[in-house]
Design a protein around this ligand. Structure first.
Ligand code: NAD
Ligand code: DAU
Length: 335
């Protein structure tokens, strides 16, 4: 769709998916110069970028002057920066409005001024949830129906991108992906939280009955799809990214317990998340048929084993954050 990308700005590149995107890009496209713009909130860590060669600029994606200056220097922007955790959005929605809406707006104005290509990274949560027994999956045409302040702010950011394409003719693509897992994921999230609970001698915790279904995809598969869209995606289009990985939370936890040598009952049910979405499921048909993308990590048990091994070997990366996060969870009425 566009000329080869040689200079890319990665917003939120010190977070989970962004940092994995930076490392993947360094491996697969060593010629690409990478600048990361990241505010280093509680979720961002400069250590996640070690060895990547990326230039890190610490700043806010809603800082119009800084964003303008950085966008002027590149030929593409990949926009990962966001407040990303549903539980936090239920406790305090305000940073979600600032970063996910005002931040995206700020970036859109900069790419409009400089004629720079944008890829906006979003979530399947914008579509709301599905019944457990419904054979239907989310597609590009599913109506938006977000449940939480997080997913509503992401839905709003998608709408802003679509409006800037139509009204101002910016060159942008969007993707909505399902639940990612892999290295560098913050310990507040389900899979790393349970793994690090076991590693720190705690009992894993399942929200409610644990029947909620998530459609798991390895973070590298998400990021190869983002590159495929950058290379060949059609401007204005939304691509759904998923790898047919539907599993309920009980099943995922059972696999973690088994792989870590714990008993099947070695966990607690805790109070459920308010408004907890029941099931997400992605139909990634167009990404496969039109753009020829395929996931590499088709065996979830294997990807999970690699992820457990990564957390075992990198306690220096997560140990401090773990204590901070668990103090925060202790103040919540659920979890
Ligand atoms: P994350 O919370 O791990 O990382 C977010 C990063 O953004 C952090 O490094 C943080 O410091 C940075 N950031 C936050 N506010 C900022 C601001 N105002 N200015 C600059 N940087 C800021 O999130 P993640 O899981 O890596 O998610 C990345 C993106 O992918 C998000 O847009 C999220 O909505 C989307 N997404 C995530 C998943 C998932 O399963 N994690 C699935 C689909 C889509
Ligand atoms: O679907 C994509 C979304 O996936 C992304 O947009 C979000 O940024 C990302 O955080 C994720 O949202 P979820 O709310 O699905 O992820 P989380 O890891 O918070 O929870 C996954 C499931 O596990 C969910 O059903 C809640 C449950 N859960 C979570 C935690 C933290 C538990 O049972 N116990 C827990 O301790």
């Amino acid at each position: 769709m566009s000329a080869p990308i040689t200079r890319v700005l990665v917003t939120g590149g010190a977070g989970f998916i962004g940092a994995n995107f930076v490392h993947l890009t360094r491996r697969l496209r060593p010629e690409v110069h990478i600048t990361v713009l990241d505010k280093l909130t509680y979720a961002g860590d400069r250590a996640s970028l070690a060895g990547s060669g990326a230039e890190l600029v610490v700043g806010d994606v809603a800082d119009a002057e800084l964003v303008d200056e950085l966008v002027a220097r590149v030929d593409a922007v990949v926009h990962f920066a966001a407040e990303s955790h549903n539980d936090n959005s239920l406790t305090d929605p305000s940073p979600f409005i600032h970063t996910n809406l005002v931040g995206t707006f700020t970036l859109l104005e900069a790419v409009r001024r400089h004629g720079v290509r944008l890829h906006h990274v979003s979530t399947d949560e914008v579509y709301g949830d599905l019944a457990l027994d419904d054979p239907v999956r989310f597609t590009e045409t599913t109506a938006y129906n977000p449940s939480s302040p997080y997913s509503a702010s992401k839905a709003g950011s998608d709408m802003l991108v679509r409006a800037w394409v139509r009204s101002f003719g910016i060159t942008a693509t969007l993707s909505n992906c399902s639940n990612n897992y892999g290295p560098y994921q913050h310990v507040e999230k389900f899979i790393p939280r349970q793994i690090t609970h076991v590693l720190t001698g705690r009992r894993p915790v399942l929200y409610g009955a644990g029947r909620n279904v998530r459609d798991w995809i390895h973070v590298d598969d998400h990021n190869t799809a983002v590159w495929r869209i950058l290379d060949a995606g059609e401007t204005g289009r939304t691509y759904l990214i998923g790898a047919d990985g539907e599993l309920d939370n009980r099943t995922v936890l059972a696999m973690i317990l088994e792989q870590m040598g714990r008993g099947a009952d070695d966990f607690d049910h805790v109070a459920d998340r308010p408004g907890h979405d029941l099931r997400y499921a992605i139909d990634a048909g167009p990404l496969r048929t039109e753009l020829g993308w395929r996931p590499r990590y088709t065996d979830f048990a294997e990807g999970l084993a690699d992820t457990i091994a990564w957390y075992r070997e990198h306690s220096d990366w997560w140990a401090q954050a773990k204590e901070r996060v668990e103090r925060r969870y202790a103040e919540q009425e659920w979890g």
